[in-house]
Design a binder for this molecule. Structure first.
Ligand code: GLU
Length: 429
């Protein structure tokens, strides 16, 4: 018998399920509701509260009810452009800023309107490839290695681009740094060299800098500095401003790519119309910055750096391969050194690894396969966000920023993170 439900699905959608980040979050909640003790480290959600001036701005504008322009609120676009000029040193005009309901949606629109192959260094964030599949784009994966800290090298990019038959093919490289899923980032020199290759082949770069402000040392550098003419910078409120659920993302285009922005805005006008008005006013406050937000960021970075380093130490001392993160709140763990113990237990791929770990310890993390790594590779992403961000910030604020956080900070403020890390180590042994 014909399965109508299956055959009536658009070919591009067949086989696509709910995004792993959202699915693991729901599963963790269901298990918790059933009474299981879960360490929810699957979804990458900021543990910190939204800074108070931003919350106040939202309250103040709750009564704003009119639709806004598709491209976004003028004063917000100005703030975003200023932000990129001042913080990233890139000459962005407010005319070339597009506001969307999350950078995720803007990325989808970009892939929809831009008829080019998408080049993804892996491991990469879970949604880039499914979005490309949904809109029918070719996906070109470039696998990076643990030895290269999971970063793409200019040589790898060059060899891929010269290896293509049609050198005029439209192509879009997605570069995400500090990275989700591994927290690593590029040095200024590495970015310069990658930019040179991109320039030579005239490809567009989507520079996903959503974690830029969460560089642990506050030293994020944008590749747009070295390749301004074809780089789109993606940012938003979700990570550095702790407001993932508010859904606000920003794209900043060079004037040479204004045609792309205009096409995206045309599709936006036929789909979501415009982003929530009060949220845009609040975002204006966030992108304006100021002392309170700067202090918030300094403390958030110090806390994330502390947890990232300590967790890496514990794992590395137990023979598990992982790099300390430069930014964000992720560790990309390579369990391959433990394969002799895991394979006899039937753990032959990253999905089984994560399912068993969750079942036997309650630690919820996401398999490397969700980040486009080969399924049989025993890797996984851990989001170290299962702690009370308000409490951690309040405690950090009592310690001068010139000092390091004390040894016992972890026991008091983020014990659940370290408990989970120890659970992983015990489970492996
Ligand atoms: N970016 C977050 C993550 O990778 C969650 C948001 C999402 O996937 O939509 O976990």
């Amino acid at each position: 018998m014909r399965n109508d439900r299956y055959y009536s699905l658009n070919l591009n959608i067949r086989g696509i399920g709910q995004s792993p980040t959202l699915a693991i979050n729901e599963l963790s909640k269901q298990l918790q509701a059933k009474g299981k003790h879960v360490y929810p480290m699957g979804l990458g959600q900021s543990p910190f509260p939204v800074p108070s001036p931003v919350v106040e701005a939202l309250k103040m504008h709750a009564h704003e009810k009119d639709y806004l322009a598709v491209n976004g609120l003028d004063i917000l676009r100005k703030s975003v452009a200023r932000f990129h000029r001042q913080i990233d040193g890139v000459d962005i005009s407010s005319r070339n800023v597009l506001i969307g309901p999350g950078s995720k949606e803007l990325m989808f629109l970009l892939q929809l309107v831009y008829y080019g192959d998408i080049i993804l260094p892996t491991p990469c964030w879970v949604s880039y490839a499914p979005q490309a599949k949904i809109v029918g784009r070719n996906i070109r994966l470039i696998h990076t290695t643990f030895e290269n800290k999971w970063l793409i090298t200019p040589e790898q990019l060059e060899s891929y681009l010269t290896g293509e038959n049609d050198k005029y093919r439209p192509r879009l490289l997605v570069l995400n740094y500090p990275s989700n899923p591994h927290g690593g980032t590029y040095s200024s020199e590495e970015l310069t060299r990658i930019a040179r290759v991109a320039q030579k082949h005239e490809i567009i770069i989507l520079s996903d800098e959503i974690y830029g402000q969460l560089h642990h040392k506050g030293r994020h550098i944008s590749i747009a500095r070295f390749y301004p003419e074809r780089t789109i910078i993606s940012s938003g409120l979700s990570k550095w401003c702790g407001a993932g659920g508010w859904r606000l993302g920003t794209f900043a285009f060079p004037s040479t790519l204004a045609w792309l922005m205009n096409s995206m805005a045309a599709v936006a006008s036929e789909t979501y119309t415009s982003v929530s008005t009060p949220i845009q006013y609040a975002a204006e406050q966030a992108f304006q910055g100021g002392i309170v937000i700067e202090r918030y960021l300094c403390h958030a970075r110090r806390i994330l750096s502390y947890i990232g380093k300590r967790s890496t130490e514990i794992l590395t001392n137990s023979g598990i391969r992982v790099h300390p993160p430069d930014g964000a709140f992720y560790l990309f763990i390579d369990f391959s050194q433990c394969s002799e113990k895991l394979i006899p237990k039937g753990i032959i791929d990253s999905n089984i690894l994560c399912a068993k770990l969750l079942d036997e310890t309650g630690v919820a993390i996401l398999p490397g396969g969700s980040f486009q790594r080969p399924a049989e590779e025993l890797t996984a992403r851990l989001a170290y966000v299962n702690f009370d961000g308000s409490k951690a910030l309040a405690t950090s604020e009592t310690i001068p920023l010139s000092e390091r956080l004390p040894e016992d900070f972890g026991n008091y403020c983020c014990a659940s993170v370290f408990e989970a890390i120890h659970k992983i180590v015990e489970w492996l042994n």
